[in-house]
Design a protein around this ligand. Structure first.
Ligand SMILES: Nc1nc2c(ncn2[C@@H]2O[C@H](COP(=O)(O)OP(=O)(O)OP(=O)(O)O)[C@@H](O)[C@H]2O)c(=O)[nH]1
Ligand SMILES: [Mg+2]
Length: 640
């Protein structure tokens, strides 16, 4: 495992702004960091934020660590909510900005709904423009806001409300203290997890080429690493990494990250795409989700509704299929399937927002539960279990869903987004208690093995009944009949052999003690054939003659011969000639004896040595050539 790149005394946290237009978000970020996040010319001219802006600063943390705060400043204008949505995905902490002179306005509500739907857990409510109102008005607004926040993650018993003025600087120190306190409670993102960087900006930089930026939502991205672009599949290489505008060897989860890439031009990349480890994930066009409709949604959501779908930095249209009732009332949640027009990289745990078409407004959102469901049938039970936080149950449910085929580690990694290590530790108990089986690289629910074993035994038995003269079924046809993978079949065979239910000889499987069941006259015939050939030595009789003298009919006799050939009691040397194995063993011994005398042997000498006629000598010598006992050199042969 690569060593963690994070230096333990730096904690990286992404702080997002939210709130109504003109309430002072950008001014606040500038007052804190000194950086003007409005970078577009049009933004400066119109005095509003249009697209995402970025800034950063360091603060001393409560425990002596350095807090590295990356700010994502979002637009408040209702027409740019989609840009706000592209920025809000990776934030750890929100500053909900409410201007003291205007109090709560429509985008205060909409942004706050969005924050709750995407599961932001911490934040600070900032009453800005405190210089524009008197103390009494400020108190009234504060009460209004407290009421608005009741019962939410920003409830004032859990998080602070700070009044500030970007103009005079009043309250800024209080806000920094509140930031430090809140940042201390943010759980660090997992830098050991599989890396994913949803792209929010793409541009070229003189002397560098293609640059993308985004909030690294998990894992670590190192310089020189190869990455895959989703959903296009393109491979790119990381030529350089910048974190908060400074060159770095690596970026870790929770950092604003800029990557200088080779292998793609700006036309190949766009906001909404994701960079991730190569060969690990699969982009999908459908996902099963838990969907909540906001209480403020204007009407129930109908099955098959088409909506705008936003997740991480991605935005697309989507169709929603409700699993339960035909419609979902406002304020309720249900399982649903999201169908996308193009593939996208979605993983369980990803949050999303849905907005209705017209008028465009946020109506709900939720969490992705499963994006691997293409051909798998999905039960409510499955969705209920994987929507809970229990990793072991989530994993065992996914293994159980694959039935007798099991699921490979790689598939489970792609399906969950978890590392192999996280899966191993999540399953440690289940494996130890043999509720789950690990067979090579496959994971199988233990209860799957018994039905498989039963169906294998039944298949073998059926085979014996319909093929009484065959010594057993081949592993391959058994595998095809019971539809199990090679590894799982082998494991089941092992257990059946251990329990003395079956026997395995080479590639053949039979019920224990079964072998070939023969009637008396068949057994007698078999013995007769064997004797006839064993006693003939190399001067074998014609097969037809032997068969004619048997007490069974010709086709049964033929089967008995086939059986003897399969058992390698008889060996076919040419189309017409069949020998007993003991005769051929004797022949090999003769050759071995001859070699010290002369390593060369011709047909005449061979006939002399074995006493056979030319009719037998040639096929036998050719047989010895094939067996690499002799090698033909011109008219003679060399004994090897
Ligand atoms: N008096 C006073 N004016 C402020 C304060 N903060 C912001 N302003 C002014 O309010 C206006 C809007 O501020 P912005 O920071 O651009 O507001 P915003 O929330 O970023 O607006 P959008 O990004 O468009 O949603 C600007 O003219 C600021 O100068 C403050 O604390 N006091
Ligand atoms: Mg702004």
């Amino acid at each position: 495992m690569p060593s963690p790149v994070t230096i333990s005394f730096v904690k990286s946290i992404i702080v997002g702004t939210a709130g109504h237009i003109d309430h002072g978000k950008t001014a606040l970020v500038k007052a804190l960091t000194g950086i003007d996040a409005d970078r577009l010319e049009e933004e400066k001219r119109r005095g509003i934020t249009i697209d995402l802006g970025f800034a950063h600063m360091d603060l001393p943390g409560a425990n002596g660590e350095t807090l590295r705060l990356g700010f994502v400043d979002v637009p408040g204008h209702e027409r740019f909510v989609r840009n706000m949505l592209a920025g809000v995905g990776g934030i750890d902490l929100v500053l909900l900005v409410i201007a003291a002179d205007e109090s709560i306005k429509p985008q205060t509500r909409e942004h706050f709904d969005i924050l709750q739907l995407i599961g932001v857990k911490r934040g600070i409510t900032v009453l800005t423009k405190s210089d524009t109102v008197d103390a009494e008005t400020l108190d009234v607004v504060r009460m209004e806001v407290e009421e608005f926040l009741r019962g939410t993650f920003l409830e004032t018993s859990k998080s602070s409300v700070v009044a500030v003025s970007a103009l005079t600087g009043a309250g800024l120190e209080d806000l920094k203290r509140a930031l430090v306190a809140a940042a201390g409670e943010v759980e660090p993102r997992d830098s050991q997890a599989l890396a994913r960087l949803p792209i929010d900006r793409v541009f070229t930089m003189k002397g560098f080429g293609t640059v993308v930026t985004g909030t690294l939502i998990s894992g670590t991205i190192r310089k020189d690493e190869e990455l895959q672009v989703f959903p296009t599949g393109r491979r790119v290489r990381v030529r350089g990494v910048q974190v908060h505008g400074q060159g770095a060897d690596a970026a870790v989860a929770g950092q604003r990250t800029a990557l200088n890439l080779t292998g793609a031009s700006t036309e190949d990349l766009a906001r909404g795409m994701t960079l991730a480890l190569p060969n690990t994930f699969v982009a999908t066009r459908r996902a099963d989700v838990k969907l909540s409709l906001l209480p403020s949604a204007p009407r129930p959501l109908k099955n098959r509704s088409r909506v705008h779908f936003h997740s991480n930095t991605m935005e697309t249209v989507a169709e929603l299929r409700l699993y339960g009732d035909s419609q979902l009332p406002p304020g309720q949640a249900a399982f649903a399937r999201v169908l996308l027009p193009e593939t996208a990289l979605l993983l369980p745990g990803d949050r999303f927002i849905i907005r209705q078409f017209s008028p465009v407004m946020t109506i709900g959102g939720g969490i992705v539960l499963d994006a691997a469901a293409a051909r798998l049938t999905q039960s409510d039970e499955f969705l209920r279990v994987v929507s809970q936080d229990n990793v072991e149950e989530m994993l065992t449910m996914r293994i159980r869903r694959r039935g007798q085929s099991g699921i490979s580690f790689l598939e489970l990694i792609a399906e969950t987004g978890l590392t192999r290590g996280a899966i191993e530790s999540g399953l440690a108990n289940a494996l130890r208690e043999v509720r789950c089986l690990r067979i090579g690289d496959l994971l199988l629910a233990a209860e799957q093995l018994n039905p498989l074993k039963i169906s294998m035994e039944r298949t073998i038995k059926d085979f014996h009944n319909t093929n009484p003269l065959e010594p057993g079924i081949t592993k391959e046809s058994l595998r095809e009949k019971v539809r199990a993978s090679q590894a799982i079949l082998e494991r089941a065979l092992e257990e059946l052999v251990r329990d003395h239910e079956i026997e395995v000889a080479g590639d053949l499987v039979r019920l224990a003690g079964r072998g070939v069941v023969m009637k008396d006259e068949e057994a007698e015939s078999k013995r007769k054939i064997e004797d006839a050939f064993a006693s003939a030595g190399l001067r074998v009789p014609a097969l037809d003659q032997v068969i004619a003298a048997l007490p069974v009919d010709k086709s049964r006799a033929q089967k008995i011969v086939t059986l003897l050939l399969r058992e390698k009691m008889l060996i076919k040397v040419s189309q017409e000639l069949v020998f007993h194995r003991s005769a051929l063993e004797e022949l090999r011994r003769l050759m071995k004896e001859e070699k010290p005398k002369s390593s060369k042997i011709d047909v005449v000498r061979f006939k002399e040595l074995t006493g056979v006629s030319r009719k037998y000598a040639i096929p036998l010598l050719e047989y010895l050539d094939r067996e690499r006992v002799t090698r033909r050199v011109g008219d003679t042969r060399e004994i090897l």
